[in-house]
Design a protein around this ligand. Structure first.
Ligand code: BG6
Length: 509
């Protein structure tokens, strides 16, 4: 029997599959994302036996590395303990480096093609190829046409070996640029070759939403407006903009976090039950959900969306003092908003979403607050004196969940209190995979379920474009609220909830 708190699992299903041999080509291999996330994730997969023996990795970038110096650089960056060195050198031996003098010139792609052909010859058959574009998104316009011109995206007649391309966000800057990017990609690739990554979908707790909802009978019957009072989704970061001012000044928090991660989490919480746990069935339901979100009333935008920017505080610089940020920047580093889903299930249930940089602490969670009981038999307590049940899905820093219920405390007859059943993934044992490792495994398996489909990107832009336009054209309707670095965010975010008689339920509340 499985229990909520504790570390005893009885497996019902484990689909940890070992992928077939294939080649993973990483563009931007010398960059930050590759060094900090992708190569450590690949090493984690290798340690778990989830990179098959025949898998090859080719790093591509403009940097003047040789395969030897690239491997040496990775060894320094990954800093693997001595006890694992033997396995690690086996891992490094699967990695090669292919220099591209430029991303938009033919030369490097010919060499890459030759390296890929050599992998096929060694394997004795055409291998599936996955191209991971860990580069700034502006380079997609150069890389994808070159891959196509070098015939590296074309199917091999008579072989099922795929040619997939993984893209990192941002997927456009606004509706128009997203459509333009989409049209460009579809000129060279079909949708089933395109893997748009959202690393939040690789997090265990985020995936657990679907299991919790659809692998149990307990929650789904009460997962609607009859029983749920409100839902809160928070992604709070302690870090500021760090070294990414160039990107962030263009993007701002709404584009950086809401257009993707926040909406993906919202759709997992709110979508209808898909017919199967398969890529299109899941993504069809997400799309339906996104299309049911009520458009923002831009004439009253300040009552629906709060945008903030951090100022100096708690010994930390303000956003405008960060290197690379304009001294009069109006880029938002915090957003809180209330939205409504116009469908039967969620009639009248507010969804509150907030995310910000330089907040008190790193804490991301989804909080589902149930309605109070209709009547109290526990006089003198009235129904409204009884705290509502709360389900907390903790995404970060500790993945897990908690269910807070009213229960009897040991002691006199009417001794009641809120009791939280806690479950923590780390304490439950097992070595969790990082979000990137999980998604890289899915890339190797050719499973698109946790990747974003083109129509979902378009629906997300349709929702937020009017907000961005209003901020640009009528800033007086939603002025930038300041908050000190290291604080809970602007007071206006509390007022937003107070308008609908609610308050943020922070982790310690
Ligand atoms: C990225 C954003 O997608 O997600 C960053 O571009 C943000 O600005 C990051 O810091 C947050 O991810 P995580 O996994 O650290 O919560």
């Amino acid at each position: 029997m499985g229990v909520l708190s504790g570390n005893y699992w009885q497996d019902t299903l484990c689909t940890e599959q070992n992928p077939e041999p294939g080649v993973l080509v990483i563009f931007g291999a010398s960059g930050d994302l590759a060094r900090r996330k992708l190569f450590p994730a690949l090493w984690a997969l290798c340690r778990r036996g989830l990179l098959c023996a025949g898998a090859r990795i080719i790093g591509c970038a403009r940097h003047e590395y040789t395969t030897g110096s690239f491997r040496a650089e990775l060894a320094t960056a990954l800093n693997v303990p001595a006890a694992e060195q033997e396995a690690f050198s086996g891992f490094l031996n699967r990695i090669e480096y292919c220099r591209l003098p430029t991303y938009d010139g033919e030369a490097g792609y010919r060499e890459l093609g030759a390296a890929l052909d050599a992998c096929d010859r060694q394997a004795g058959a055409p291998l599936p190829r996955t191209f991971y574009l860990a580069t700034p998104s502006a380079l997609y316009r150069e890389i994808v046409p070159q891959l196509a011109a070098a015939r590296l995206l074309a199917a091999v007649p008579g072989s099922a070996a795929w040619r997939h391309v993984v893209f990192e966000k941002p997927f456009g800057y606004d509706t128009a640029s997203a459509e333009e990017l989409d049209a460009l990609l579809h000129r060279y690739l079909s949708e089933d070759q395109i893997y748009r990554i959202d690393h939040y979908l690789g997090k265990d707790t985020v995936q657990n939403i679907l299991l919790l909802r659809f692998a149990n009978l307990l929650f789904e019957p009460v997962w609607n407006f009859h029983y749920i009072d409100q839902v809160q989704i928070t992604v709070a970061e302690e870090l500021g903009v760090e070294s990414r001012a160039g990107y962030y000044e263009q993007a701002g928090l709404l584009r950086d976090m809401f257009q993707n991660h926040m909406l993906e989490m919202l759709s997992m919480v709110a979508m209808e039950c898909p017919a199967a746990f398969s890529a299109d069935a899941v993504r069809d339901e997400k799309l339906k959900l996104l299309r049911s979100i009520r458009p923002f009333d831009c004439d009253r935008l300040g009552h629906e969306v709060v945008r903030g920017q951090y100022t100096a505080g708690n010994g930390m610089a303000g956003y405008r003092q960060e290197p690379g940020v304009a001294p009069d920047s109006t880029t938002e580093t915090f957003v809180a908003l209330r939205l409504w889903i116009d469908n039967w299930r969620w009639h009248g249930v507010p969804f509150y979403l907030r995310s910000g940089k330089r907040l008190t602490r790193r804490e991301s969670e989804i909080v589902v607050v149930f309605k109070p009981v209709p009547h109290s038999i526990f006089a003198p307590l009235r129904a409204r004196d009884l705290q509502p049940d709360v389900l907390r899905l903790r995404v970060q820093p500790e993945e897990g969940m908690g269910l807070t219920l009213q229960a009897k405390k040991p002691g006199p007859k009417l001794c009641m209190g809120a009791l939280t059943l806690n479950y923590n993934y780390r304490e439950a044992g097992g070595e969790p995979l990082s979000a990137y490792a999980r998604l890289l495994l899915d890339c190797q398996l050719g499973d698109q379920t946790l990747f974003i489909r083109s129509d979902i990107i378009a629906a997300a832009w349709r929702l937020f474009q009017p907000v961005l336009d209003t901020w640009r054209d009528r800033p007086e309707l939603s002025s930038l609220q300041e908050y000190p670095a290291g604080s809970r965010g602007p007071a206006a975010a509390d007022r937003l909830l107070a308008e609908t008689h609610h308050a943020w339920l922070d982790g310690d509340s």
